[in-house]
Design a protein around this ligand. Structure first.
Ligand SMILES: *Cc1c(COP(=O)(O)O)cnc(C)c1O
Length: 380
C-alpha cells in the first residue's frame, strides 16, 4: 500500500517538539504565558506591524477586527466572493450584510470593482463598515492598485491574510496592509499551531480592546465584573510554543513549497491549456506558495477538474477545487454581489495540487505520473 499524498499537511519536526516540551515543563499550561507573549512579538516583527494578539483561530481574528470597525446590523462589509467560507462567516457573526466582489485574472479581488462597489453602496446611503481583502492561496492582492482609495472613501481595510503569512507585495509583508489583519495557523496553512490565529495592527488601543473582548470582557475589578458580552478566543501557551517552532522554520517551508511549484511548472510547461494561477498572470516571486493552483482550459483539454481529482484520489492523492465562490453558496443566495464571471470560471476550471512542504520529489513524481497524461488528452 503506497502512502496517501495530502494537499497541505502540517509539517512538524523536532524543533517544534523542543518548544512544546519546554512549554509543558514550564507549567504554563493555560491560555496565556511567556510563549504566547514571545509568539506575538515574533509574528508582529515578521509582519512589520507594531502589535499582535494570539487567538484561537483566524476566524476569531476576523470577527474581532470587524467588531472594532463597527460592523453590525444595518451596515455592509465588502469582501471577495472567491474566498474560504470563514471570511464571510466572520461578517455574519457581527450581523452586518456581506457584499461580494468578483475576481481579477489571478483570482484575487478585482480592485476597481471593489472600489466601485463601495462607492455605489455609499451613494445609496449605506454604511460600509469595512472592506475585507483576502490574499488568496498565498499571494497578496494588488495593494498598489488599491493605494489610498479606501482612505478617501473613509472605509477601513481589514486584511484577511490567513493564507499569506510570509508573502510580500513590493517587499511589504502580508498582514501589514489593513488597519487590522488576520492570520490563520490552522493545520493546513503554511505554518500551524494545529489551530489558531493572530490579529495584527499598528493600533495599540484596538489590540487592547480586542484582547479584552477575547478574554470574556472581564473588567478590572477584584471579582468577575462584566459590562459587555465577550468571547473565549485566546491561544494557549502550548500552541504558541508550537507556533514559535514553526515560525523558525517558515522560510525553509516556503522555499520547499516554491520548489514543488517549480517541479509542477517544469513538468507541465509543454502541456497546452494549463495555466498556473498567479505565476502565469502576474508572477509569483513574492508569493508564499501556500497552494499551487492550475486552471484547465476546457476548449483544449478533455478532462475537467472533478474528473482529474477523482483519478488522483484513486491513486491515493488528494487534490481540491478552488474555493467555491460565496455568491454561489446557498447560504449567501440573497446576498448582494458585484459579478464579472471570473470567480465562477476559475471555480469551474481550477484545481489545487498537493503543495505541502513535507512532500518529497518522489511524491511529486507520483502526482505528475497521473496528472500529465490526463491533461495531455485533447478536448474533442
Ligand atoms: C483558513 C482561512 C480562514 C480561517 O482561519 P481559521 O484559523 O481556520 O479560523 C479565514 N480566511 C481564509 C481566506 C482562510 O483560508
Amino acid at each position: 500500500m503506497t502512502e496517501r499524498i495530502f494537499m497541505s499537511r502540517a509539517h512538524v519536526t523536532d524543533v517544534e517538539e523542543k518548544y512544546v516540551l519546554e512549554a509543558l515543563r514550564s507549567g504554563w499550561v493555560a491560555p496565556l504565558g511567556p510563549m504566547v507573549d514571545r509568539f506575538e512579538r515574533e509574528i508582529a516583527e515578521r509582519c512589520g506591524v507594531d502589535g499582535a494578539l494570539a487567538l484561537s483561530s483566524g476566524t476569531a481574528a476576523l470577527h474581532l477586527a470587524l467588531l472594532d470597525a463597527g460592523a453590525g446590523p444595518g451596515t455592509a462589509v465588502v469582501l471577495p466572493t472567491m474566498t474560504f467560507a470563514a471570511s464571510a462567516n466572520a461578517v455574519a457573526y457581527t450581523g452586518a450584510n456581506p457584499v461580494f466582489v468578483d475576481s481579477a485574472d489571478d483570482a484575487n479581488v478585482d480592485i476597481d470593482l471593489l472600489v466601485e462597489t463601495v462607492m455605489t453602496l455609499q451613494s445609496e446611503g449605506q454604511t460600509v463598515a469595512a472592506v475585507m481583502t483576502v490574499d488568496l492561496f498565498g499571494r497578496c492582492c494588488d495593494y498598489t492598485a488599491l493605494g489610498s482609495r479606501l482612505d478617501e472613501l473613509g472605509v477601513p481595510l481589514i486584511e484577511d491574510a490567513a493564507e499569506a503569512l510570509g508573502a510580500t507585495h513590493h517587499e511589504r509583508p502580508a498582514g501589514s496592509f489593513g488597519r487590522a489583519a488576520a492570520l490563520s495557523f490552522n493545520g493546513n496553512k503554511i505554518m500551524t499551531t494545529s489551530g489558531g490565529g493572530m490579529l495584527l495592527s499598528n493600533d495599540k488601543d484596538m489590540l487592547d480592546r480586542a484582547r479584552y473582548l477575547s478574554t470574556q470582557a472581564r473588567q478590572p475589578a477584584p471579582w468577575y465584573e462584566h459590562t459587555e458580552i465577550g468571547y473565549n478566543y485566546r491561544m494557549s501557551n502550548i500552541l504558541a510554543a508550537l507556533g514559535i517552532g514553526q515560525l523558525e522554520r517558515l522560510d525553509s517551508m516556503i522555499a520547499r513549497r516554491r520548489e514543488i511549484r517549480d517541479l509542477y511548472a517544469a513538468a507541465l510547461a509543454d502541456v497546452e491549456g494549463v495555466t498556473f494561477l498567479g505565476r502565469d498572470q502576474v508572477g509569483d516571486a513574492e508569493d508564499n506558495h501556500w497552494l499551487t493552483c492550475i486552471t484547465i482550459d476546457p476548449a483544449v483539454i478533455a478532462a475537467d477538474p472533478t474528473t482529474v481529482m477523482q483519478e488522483l484520489d484513486a491513486a491515493g492523492i488528494e487534490a481540491r477545487h478552488l474555493w467555491k465562490p460565496m455568491h454561489l453558496q446557498p447560504i449567501h443566495a440573497t446576498a448582494r454581489a458585484a459579478i464579472n464571471g471570473r470567480a465562477e470560471a476559475l471555480f469551474r476550471t481550477g484545481l489545487t495540487l498537493p503543495s505541502g512542504s513535507e512532500l518529497t520529489d518522489a511524491q511529486i513524481d507520483r502526482v505528475l505520473a497521473v496528472l500529465v497524461p490526463r491533461l495531455q488528452e485533447p478536448a474533442a
